[in-house]
Design a protein around this ligand. Structure first.
Ligand code: ADP
Ligand code: MG
Ligand code: MG
Length: 946
């Protein structure tokens, strides 16, 4: 068993072995890593509209420069089949074959696992046609056609049956292949592969058992590598494999090629309903009714010696977007040897080989002709699909064959670069480039990196698997990562390699470090999808799970020690490194510029502090849509004055406390206004329930009483008085200003005086917008507005400076939306506070929703959490009513929203449709909102529900 582990080792130091596992899981993992577990970013397909399948046509042929199928037929040919047909049709060298439609799968399950009547004849005919093109006949004992059987659903889906290669081989045909090719070793190598794959995926015999036999043979003959085995060795192994099958399966290995073929086809359809596939579909919302297609294709052989190879490539670097073929290949290998980790693959380009320092040749030098063709086809395919492609290919005796293409998954960084490059190369328009980027994915780009001036104590180097940098405590187990995260620790998950069982730990970690695995390993792919930094394959690090240590560069670190990983450079550093903010120039700026040109919706930020405001401006916010003044009240050194103010039971002492707060509040606003310059700044008057500010402990009460010269007992009583059963519907919002107008007056004074001051400092006209929260009636607003206007006049008189300001209100109660017409007679702007509006519309307490909202979405009662993505039907209708009625009274009424929804792409799309003036969201989501607003203007995203 230990042998198995060493077989799948790429970068691990000699003699050190990680946990032993079967080759089967190794493959499943690397496949999962390469392909799945991650939401594709920016892979929206351009192309022809879907085509409906004609009745009773179950088989579509391709090859020989023609094809019956096309990319637009993915629904019934599956992604793989449709693209194979497309490649064949545009003249690329694709081994001929045919696709059995997804309709057969649907039929199969609707009809007690039987096939449509016409299928058999259609398959036979298609097989003959394939044979004609390659000049061989399926099952022919002298010159047999061999095929692969490949599954392929509409969406790439793990859990489906693995591909079976070399089907059609049996005891007779293997000899024919040996004779025809003049290479008996090749024939038996192919046969043993076939028996293993067929035995594993069709007959359900554990892969491990085959591996054990192979290892036994190697041990007996003192052989190490597969490549050292001779034809006789393989023939011997094949005999043992067949015995194993007979034993395990109770029947001999099927010799009839037709039986083999139908066995494999049945296994593909059968795998549609296996547990793995069912689970994956549930997680990704793929309907069961879609079904999978089956592709049967003539074999080409990458295992015919030194002039043959198999490989995978991206047309551009999927991590950075750099325009250069990027991938791996293996000489004298077949199928998925490249990703299964059996041997270390080689680089495709010479440039990549130089960077890796590998001693083995790149494809560019080893197979220059095939390489040139690959480069050419990669260009052809990019032009054709108008997107970056992920390719699979095989070289048979120097001749290149294309075996798969699809739009490549990529990091957000690469998605951005490829979209901008494609537009600049005129392959797509700028609008298409804007439409291609998933707004939420921008998040990945806004990560910090290591400050270039920081000292780097590099202890190991691996692959730059996912960009960004992170520091944290070393942990070795995903469970521990989760626990520590729950206790507020920042951790870096360090593993030999990761598997799907580790996802929770990867989520909890700031970054992921593995000692084994490449750019396409599970850790790398999943981390990129999560937008977390990852260094993979740092092979000089030795991890000792049992001891809880990792050692590298002569250093041994324990669990809990701090390291930093740089996922952009592939470095592992000891200690915490100084970080710097993300780079927002380059392609990011270009694309955001294009987005800004098309969007109609304004984007502002919710920012309470000058620091937030600076980030907001950097991210392109056009103003502040919400500044919550209470955050200033909670600060150290202020809360005591706030408490004095609240606990005062007469106006005089309240004014005394407020007088202490005024200069602090004013200073905050000055700074904020200076940062924002002429951009509008909406400041909300004190909003939260007063009880949130109250002292709780005896000691705190005594402290406040001391400062006020008041009786602690009396104060405690007052605190009790202010306690509420339902604070969110209690003494809060404008109700505070109605009861204690002096609070609103102090805040208004602070705003206007600060505006005057900031205006003097910057020479720019500050534009404060004073916002009154939680209005239900016009009368409330009128009372408070009168105080604000009076204060503006007062400050004008005192300073001689007139500040241009406006007074508006939040609409966050259904009544306010319904009475918008009269409220707008007084309000100069509306801002929908969609958090509260959702609470009050549903009557659901946001803070208590966790216990039942999940059930609601699971049962399909609500399509999504309405606090995350706006409820278009209910809350949305109130917004539309508010807009309509508000604008009736005041045609130019400015309408915005400030709530978590402002940064949710689907909600932004709604805001665009509803005709709002702007959205306001947290500073880090500003770029997301800008892009989402642009996509909404381009007519995209409106139908997105979650
Ligand atoms: P997956 O969906 O897991 O990627 P594929 O059906 O693409 O599986 O098959 C995996 C690999 O098997 C391919 O990348 C290719 O290397 C090999 N393969 C499939 N069909 C053929 C064929 N007809 N000739 C040679 N190799 C093939
Ligand atoms: Mg597959
Ligand atoms: Mg494939």
């Amino acid at each position: 068993m230990a042998k198995l582990a060493s077989k799948s080792n790429r970068t691990r130091p000699q003699g050190k072995r990680g946990p032993v596992r079967t080759a089967k899981t190794a493959k499943a993992r690397s496949k999962a890593g390469r392909r799945h577990s991650v939401k594709p970013v920016g892979t929206k397909v351009s192309g022809k509209p879907p085509v409906a399948a004609p009745k009773d046509k179950w088989v579509y042929s391709f090859g020989g420069g023609k094809a019956e199928g096309r990319t637009g037929m993915k629904d019934f040919l599956g992604g793989k089949g449709a693209n194979l047909a497309e490649m064949a049709a545009i003249g690329l060298p694709v081994p001929p074959g045919f696709t059995i439609t997804t309709g057969v799968c649907t039929y199969f399950y609707a009809n007690k696992q039987t096939y449509p009547q016409a299928l058999k004849a259609q398959v036979e005919a298609a097989l003959l046609e394939v044979g004609k093109i390659v000049g061989k006949t399926f099952g022919d004992p002298d010159d047999p056609l061999l095929v692969s059987v490949r599954s392929g659903a509409r969406a790439s889906m793990p859990g489906m049956m693995d591909t079976v290669l070399n089907l059609g081989l049996n005891d007779k045909t293997v000899e024919a292949v040996a004779k025809k090719s003049g290479d008996r070793r090749f024939a038996y190598d192919s046969y043993r592969r076939f028996i293993t794959m067929y035995g594993d995926v069709v007959l359900g015999i554990e892969h491990l058992l085959f591996e054990d036999i192979l290892d036994g043979h190697k041990d007996r003959h003192g052989l190490k590598l597969d490549t050292e085995l001779s034809a006789d060795d393989w023939a011997d192994v094949v005999e043992r494999f067949k015995n194993l099958v007979a034993e395990e399966h109770g029947k001999p290995f099927p010799q009839d090629p037709h039986e083999q073929l139908w066995g494999a086809i049945g296994a593909v359809f059968g795998s549609w309903m296996n547990q793995r596939a069912i689970t994956y579909r549930r997680l990704h919302g793929i309907p069961e009714s879609w079904g999978t297609a089956v592709n049967v294709q003539a074999m080409v052989f990458g295992n015919m010696g030194e002039t043959s190879a198999t490989g995978v490539a991206f047309t551009r670097n999927p991590s950075t977007g750099e325009k250069r073929l990027y991938g791996e290949f293996l000489i004298n290998a077949q199928g998925e040897d490249v990703v299964a980790g059996i041997r270390t693959p080689q680089e495709i380009t010479e440039a990549a080989r130089v960077i890796s320092g590998s001693g083995r040749p790149s494809m560019e030098t080893a197979m220059p002709k095939a390489y040139k063709e690959l480069v050419r086809y990669s260009g052809v395919l990019e032009k054709h699909y108008r997107d970056m492609q992920d390719l699979e290919f095989t070289v048979e005796q120097g001749r290149l064959w294309m075996l798969q293409t699809r739009n490549g998954k990529r990091t957000a960084k690469a998605a951005l670069k490829t979209a901008v490059d494609f537009a600049n190369e005129r392959l797509i328009t700028r609008e298409e480039a804007v439409a291609r980027i998933e707004p939420a994915s921008l998040d990945q780009l806004l990560h910090p990196t290591i400050d270039p001036t920081a000292e780097r104590k590099v202890i190991a180097t691996g692959l730059p698997a996912s960009p960004g940098a992170a520091s944290g405590e070393v942990v070795f187990s995903p469970d521990e990562a989760e626990q520590l995260k729950a206790h507020g620790h920042k951790v870096i998950l360090v593993r030999v390699e990761t598997s799907p069982e580790d996802i929770h730990g990867m989520h909890a970690a700031e970054g992921i470090l593995t000692t084994r695995g490449g750019m396409t390993s599970h850790a790398a792919v999943v981390a990129r999808g999560m937008g977390k930094p990852c260094v993979s394959g740092a092979g000089t690090i030795r991890v000792d799970y049992a001891a809880g240590t990792m050692s590298a560069g002569g250093l041994t670190l324990k669990k809990g020690d701090i390291i930093t990983i740089d996922g952009g450079a592939g470095q592992v550093l000891v200690g915490e490194a100084k970080m710097q903010e993300p780079e927002l120039s380059g392609e990011f700026a270009t694309l955001m510029g294009w987005a800004d040109k098309v969007r109609k919706l304004g984007v502002r930020a919710n920012a309470d502090t000058p620091a937030d405001a600076r980030v907001a401006v950097k991210f392109g916010a056009e103003g502040i849509g919400l500044c919550r003044t209470e955050h200033m009240f909670f600060e150290e050194g202020r809360i005591r004055s706030v408490r004095e103010m609240i606990l005062s039971d007469d106006e005089t002492s309240r004014r005394a406390a407020l007088a202490k707060l005024l200069p602090m509040q004013r200073a905050d606003f000055v700074e904020l206004f200076v940062v924002m310059g002429e951009r509008p700044v909406t400041i909300r008057l004190l909003d939260p329930p007063l009880h949130e500010f109250l002292p709780h402990s005896q000691a705190e009460i005594a402290e406040v009483a001391g400062a006020m010269g008041a009786d602690p007992k009396k104060l405690a009583n007052r605190a009790d008085e202010l306690a509420e059963f339902n604070p969110m519907l209690g003494f809060r919002g404008c109700r505070i200003a109605i009861a204690y107008p002096e609070i609103a007056e102090m805040q208004a004074r602070a705003i206007f005086e600060a505006a005057v001051e900031a205006g003097k400092r910057t020479g720019k006209a500050v534009k404060p917008e004073v916002m009154v929260p939680l209005i239900a009636t016009k009368a409330e607003l009128d009372l408070i507005k009168a105080r604000i206007d009076a204060m503006a006049k007062e400050v004008h008189k005192e300073t001689g400076v007139r500040v241009k300001y406006s007074v508006g209100t939040m609409i966050e109660l259904p009544r306010a939306a319904l009475r918008a017409e009269e409220i707008a007679q007084s309000a100069e702007f509306f801002s929908y506070g969609t958090n509260d509006l959702t609470q009050t519309t549903f009557g659901i307490s946001r803070d208590d929703a966790a216990s039942f909202l999940g059930i609601y979405t699971a049962k399909g009662i609500l399509p999504a959490d309405p606090f995350v993505s706006i409820d278009r039907d209910g809350v949305g209708e109130l917004i539309r009513i508010g807009n309509e009625r508000g604008r009736k009274a005041r045609p130019g009424l400015k309408l915005g929203i400030c709530g978590e929804h402002g940064g949710d792409p689907a909600s932004v799309a709604f805001c665009h449709e509803a005709g709002l003036t702007y959205v306001s969201c947290s500073p880090f989501r500003v770029p997301i909102a800008r892009l989402a607003a642009a996509q909404a203007a381009l007519g995209k995203g409106g139908d997105r529900t979650a």
